[in-house]
Design a protein around this ligand. Structure first.
Ligand SMILES: [Zn+2]
Length: 143
C-alpha cells in the first residue's frame, strides 16, 4: 500500500499519448499506445541516412510533447521503442559512437536538454557531443 502511494507521488500516472490512467505494470505510456507505435515503426535507409518510422497520430502527439512540451522523460519511451531496431543498425554498420545533431546552446538552455542526446543516453550507447557554431533555424521551419 505504501509503495503504491509513493509510486503515485513520484511517477506520472497517465499515458503520455492518450492521457488514460496507467496500470501498475505501465510507466510513461500505456501498452495500447506503445504497441500501436511499435507496430508501425521501422528504420528506413536512404543513401547514408537512416530514418525512423512513418508518422502516425500517436507518434505525432508524442513528438510534439517531446519537442515543444519539454517532457524529458519521453526519451525513455523512445529508447524502449527503438532500442533493438537501432542496436541492429549500429551493429550491422559497425558504428562505435553516435554524434547527436547539435542544437544551439540558447535553444538547448531554453528547452533544458537536447532531445536526441537524451534518447541516446537512455539507450546507454556511447555518444560524443559536439557544439553548433551559430543559431540556425530549427528543422521545424524548413520546407
Ligand atoms: Zn495511451
Amino acid at each position: 500500500m505504501f509503495l503504491k502511494d509513493m509510486k503515485k507521488i513520484f511517477f506520472k500516472s497517465t499515458c503520455a499519448v492518450c492521457s488514460k490512467p496507467l496500470n501498475e505494470r505501465e510507466y510513461d505510456i500505456c501498452e495500447k499506445c506503445f504497441s500501436e507505435i511499435e507496430r508501425v515503426s521501422s528504420i528506413k535507409k536512404e543513401g547514408d541516412l537512416y530514418f525512423f518510422l512513418p508518422y502516425n497520430d500517436h507518434l505525432k502527439s508524442l513528438i510534439f510533447k517531446y519537442k515543444y512540451g519539454s517532457i524529458k522523460d519521453i526519451s525513455t519511451i523512445y529508447s524502449r521503442l527503438f532500442r533493438y531496431k537501432l542496436l541492429d543498425v549500429l551493429a550491422s554498420e559497425k558504428i562505435e559512437v553516435i554524434i547527436p545533431v547539435p542544437i544551439h546552446e540558447k535553444r538547448e538552455n531554453a528547452r533544458g536538454f537536447n532531445q536526441v542526446e537524451e534518447i541516446i543516453k537512455a539507450l546507454k550507447y556511447p555518444y560524443m557531443k559536439i557544439r553548433r557554431s551559430e543559431n540556425t533555424n530549427s528543422m521545424h521551419n524548413f520546407h
